[in-house]
Write a protein that binds this ligand. Structure first.
Ligand SMILES: *Cc1c(COP(=O)(O)O)cnc(C)c1O
Length: 357
């Protein structure tokens, strides 16, 4: 087939690089920041019940789920769009707002899909370097030009675990012109402990061009179900509704997410385990002189003296799957999800074996 058959933007695309999946029993996966406790039990029960209705198309607008979110967050249903994972909402944002050639500002070494969706819709990615592994808001604000359309921020930031404070985010948004949409990816916000972590919902009560992304994949343990949502002013949401495929969130996903929202025990257990896991890992890594970043998320960023790919292979031999950050452009760093107590211990044991070897 003639090469011209493929759109030029697509020729340069990289396929998404996922975390490796365990192939045998006894291997633990700490590579994709999934919930170590499995799915929310209330979600599971709701999914089994809902499965009787699988011959019927799902609600095209995820009305019941959006109403529950609306009550929980104190915003209008019209502020919310549900998606097949929050990945879909990112894609919808690019599809709905981006014109060919418009610029999209993205932090360096970040979640790869921001760049992918920009490229798919013929946008121009403008990658801004991190400062001390943190998103550099000053440099990102300076990167805005007349052609800028979208800015992606990730808070807490994947893969470094760092966060933008309420004050930093406020100051940044005040500098951004009205014709630019800021996409604030909060996939891990539920894990944040910092007292000055932004309460971003307040921006929905203002006129700001902001699209907040949340997901049921991590904190609620539903990564395999594929459901997330976006929050923005009703006008922006209404255009995204026109673009989305009609039945984007399936029946099981709508029912499961709805039930998970109110699973207080599961949420509490997930949060407390993460808090405990963090302090355990900090102490163990400190003891061994391993360099890491303090995290507001459910994973920890570790700087290595060796190649990340080599570290990944060595850890695989010890039945622990971690995420080498080579595909993020960081060849000497890894990201490790915070697991259960037992998993964290297994990771530290494997790491200690490597350090001694
Ligand atoms: C995991 C993750 C998501 C969630 O994606 P889903 O499509 O909702 O599963 C979004 N953004 C970042 C940065 C993530 O790490």
């Amino acid at each position: 087939m003639a090469e011209e058959f493929i759109r030029p933007a697509i020729k340069n695309l990289q396929e998404y690089v996922p975390g490796k999946t365990p192939e045998k029993a006894g291997v633990i996966k700490l590579a994709s920041n999934e919930n170590p406790f499995g799915p929310s039990p209330l979600a599971l029960a709701a999914i089994i019940k809902e499965s009787k209705h699988l011959h019927i198309y799902p609600d095209q607008k995820s009305i019941v789920l959006r109403e529950a979110l609306s009550k929980k967050l104190g915003v209008k249903s019209d502020n919310i769009i549900a998606g097949n994972g929050s990945d879909e909402i990112m894609q919808l944002a690019a599809a709905t707002f981006l014109r060919p050639g418009e610029e999209v500002i993205i932090p360096a070494h970040t979640f790869s899909l921001y760049k992918t969706f920009t490229q798919i819709f013929d946008g121009q990615p403008v990658v801004v370097a991190l400062n001390n592994l943190e998103q550099d808001l000053e440099a990102m604000a300076k990167a805005v030009t007349k052609r800028t359309k979208l800015i992606f921020l990730c808070n807490p930031h994947n893969p470094t675990g760092t966060y933008l404070s309420a004050k930093q985010l406020d100051a940044f948004l005040n500098k951004i012109p009205d014709n630019v949409l800021v996409v604030l990816d909060e996939a891990y916000a539920e894990y944040a402990e910092a007292a000055d972590f932004p309460g971003s919902i307040k921006y929905l009560k203002t006129d700001k061009n902001i699209l907040i992304l949340r997901t049921f994949s991590k904190f609620y343990g539903l990564a395999g179900l594929r459901v997330g949502y976006g929050l923005a002013k009703p006008e922006l949401i209404s255009y995204m509704f026109r673009v989305k495929s009609p039945f984007n969130v399936n029946r099981l996903a709508q029912a499961g997410a709805l039930a998970a929202l109110d699973d207080a025990d599961f949420k509490d257990k997930t949060y407390q385990n993460n808090v405990g896991g963090k302090s355990y890992l900090y102490a163990e890594l400190d003891k061994r002189g391993v360099e890491y970043k303090k995290t507001e998320s459910n994973f920890i960023f570790i700087n290595l003296k060796m190649s990340a790919d080599e570290m990944f292979l060595q850890m695989m031999k010890k039945s622990v799957i971690i995420r080498p950050l080579t595909s993020f452009g960081l060849s000497k760093a890894v990201r490790v999800s915070i697991g259960t107590k037992e998993q964290n211990k297994k990771f530290i044991l494997a790491l200690a074996g490597l350090l001694l070897a």
